[in-house]
Design a protein around this ligand. Sequence first.
Ligand code: NFS
Ligand code: SF4
Length: 675
Amino acid sequence: MPRFRDSNLKSQPSVVRKERIKDPKNPKRSVDPAALAMLDKAKEQGIITAFDRFAAQQPRCAFGYEGICCRICFQGPCRIKAEEGPGSKGICGASAYTIVARNIVRMMAGGASAHSDHGRHIAHALLHAAEGKTADYGVKDGDKLKRVAEKVGINTEGKSLNELAKEVSLAALEDFGRQTDDPCRWLYSYITNDRKRKFEDCNIVPTSIDRSVVAMLHQTHIGVDADPVNIIFGGLKTSLADYTGMHISTDLSDILFGTPKPTVSEANLGVLKEDKVNVVVHGHNPLLSQTVVDVAREMESEAKSAGAAGIQISGICCTGNEVLMRSGVPLATNFASQELAIMTGAVDVMVVDVQCIMPSIRNVAECFKTKIVTTMDNSKIPGSHHFAFDENHAVESAKGIIRLAIETFKTRKGCACDIPQVKSKVVAGFSLEAILELFAAINSERPIKVLTDAIDSGELAGVALLCGCNNLEAVHDHAHITIAKELAKANVLMVGTGCSAQALAKAGLLDPVSVEEYAGDGLKSFLQRVAEANKDKLTDGLPLMLHMGSCVDNSRAHDLHTLMAEEMGIDVPKVPFVASAPEAMSEKAVSIGAGFVALGVPTHVGTIPPIEGSKLTYGIATQIASDVYGGYFIFETNPEVAAAKLAAALEYRTWKLGIHRNAAAKYETKLCENF
Ligand code: NFS
Ligand code: SF4
């Protein structure tokens, strides 16, 4: 990690392990007023939630927490129990560094699988739509289809949209199963040439998604790789396969459902309506949620004949982000508080697809009228309803789900609900295309220059991506909100995704009025200037953070980073761009984070992943990563200190770039390539 002006700022957390979890036995650990109200209700009614189960799990096993428990073969679990002697290694002789490295890269393989399988599902839907095999989906955004085709090197001339969609989806599917040694096409179409060289030099170019995951599981089988650097580099290859899968998901979802544009909506449990049929979509895949949203619009009259005032759809987790971005559907809540939405008693159906769905939602639903509907072959919860969802039965299944919700509403009608009257206005929908269009109102030739000029002039301190999950280990939403407020004060332009963006949405930080309260002078003038130039499109102004979408849409943020690098004439690790996952928890977060680091981004994580058990592996994540890729991890559990570290990382890059630019001007040379 580079040295910062304040030498107290390091990549290690400032908080010792014992003090990291505030008040671990107290189940009321949230700063969201709606969640707190529901936690009180849960206590009164004796309903157990994730907040209680977190307290029950304390204290956690130190071996697992530090990553030095190995369960890769069943001679174990082996734990590293001593500094030396037989207890200092696993039965097979694996050292702490091998065990920690193997564990963490297997998490990357899990994350890459989840994102990519989602992308594959969408690629199949696009292919079948293009071949006329399903009537339920079709190309909605032909312009995006052409842009993507051109970007990945497919000739568009003289081809119909369906011909092109078929070619693009087949090319995407090839990235999953290519057997030659050519690189993943989506990865190589979007990164800089300098990054390609770097990845080739380090031998971490994935040739296909499936192959890189299989290779990773092989490499970490008992008795294969013991070298932590080689294992972690294998993990980085998998994380670049993850990036490939995420980009495919974003691109093909935009083609099928439209590229997001700024939209006004609301967030938090107050969006649920007692007198309406409430359908909550939860999970990740827009194939399901977008169809439910579209079908619900056509079924309003059925709901009204059942005595409801209409149908209210709202979202949780990333599928919620997908439909917010494209259709302005309000957000109910984010990951940690998913059970609490059911606690309102107002949810008729919670329909789930894949990932981040707590199985406990079914237990909470039992205490109310709520029905849980699962939809995917690979994601079922015992005791819930299942509507098999595939491309050929999408509309039919969505209709069945809405009808079940209407029937449930009939039995719920008249029962008391407890909907906390808490909600905030939200302006979201900032795809990269939407952001560039806003900038184009100021500089139509080179829109991205509006941003890089603002950094060069010192108006903005840089760009930060806020992303990632909730983790019950943290006080729900607190770190997301605190870091956002601190970075806003420091004039950092923020973009966001995932449950992080949802935390800010609920807290009112995606309401443009928050700019006046929290933004520093530079950020304020930048946002106001861009909003002013786009008065016709942005009737409500710009919010403090630009919501770019779900977690797969971190690919949009990477593209912004790459565009900045190209405009500034430098490679990505020199751009003042940082990322933060203040409350990360999932395997997907591990693979996204590792990908960010390989793409040259200083990446803060506010909840410590299980790697502290090996100083060597920890050093690879923080120090060696920085030396090789220019990106590195910053671990910090205190959000104020984390914001200071992120601001310092930006300052360091701007300072260094300034020095090299001055030197280049003074000596009339080109900008040095290797700083
Ligand atoms: Ni991302 Fe989205 Fe949320 Fe974390 Fe889960 S919903 S894909 S993994 S918890 S941000
Ligand atoms: Fe133990 Fe080695 Fe088996 Fe891991 S792989 S459980 S360290 S014997």
